[in-house]
Design a protein around this ligand. Structure first.
Ligand code: HEC
Length: 102
């Protein structure tokens, strides 16, 4: 009986893992289109921006929401505020999942 009960749990775990991968894939497309030009392909570029490489997904979501609400940022925050204002929460979540893998 124990074995039967564990099958739905395993299926759920696999679904969640697949969902996380799909989210990061979506995020990669968003990143390539909207972020890469300033932050660089691997997120480490800092000339025109601040590096995002190494930021955890939660930290990136917090920063983007902060830019959107105009409660976060440094001297060059206007750029990010305009960008974040055009992004849906789903886009932010997806791009954060991707940046978390960089
Ligand atoms: C036009 C150039 C440009 C583009 C495009 C751009 N950024 Fe930025 N980004 C910046 C600049 C400049 C800063 C520093 C802003 C400040 O002073 O707060 C920054 C900062 C950030 C930070 C804060 C990092 C930290 O440690 O505080 C995050 C997170 C970020 N960007 C994510 C993104 C994401 C995600 C995208 C794509 C949706 C993106 N950026 C697109 C220029 C850009």
């Amino acid at each position: 009986m124990k074995r039967i009960a564990s099958i739905p749990a395993l299926a759920l775990a696999m679904t969640l893992a697949l969902a996380a991968t799909a989210l990061a894939d979506d995020g990669q497309a968003v990143y390539a289109a909207k972020c890469q030009s300033c932050h660089g392909a691997d997120g480490s570029k800092s000339l025109m921006s601040k590096p995002v490489k190494g930021l955890k997904a939660e930290a990136l979501v917090a920063a983007m929401k902060g830019y959107k609400a105009k409660t976060y940022g440094g001297s060059k925050k206007a750029t990010m505020e305009n960008l974040a204002a055009q992004m849906s929460d789903e886009d932010i979540k997806a791009v954060a999942a991707y940046v978390g893998t960089l």
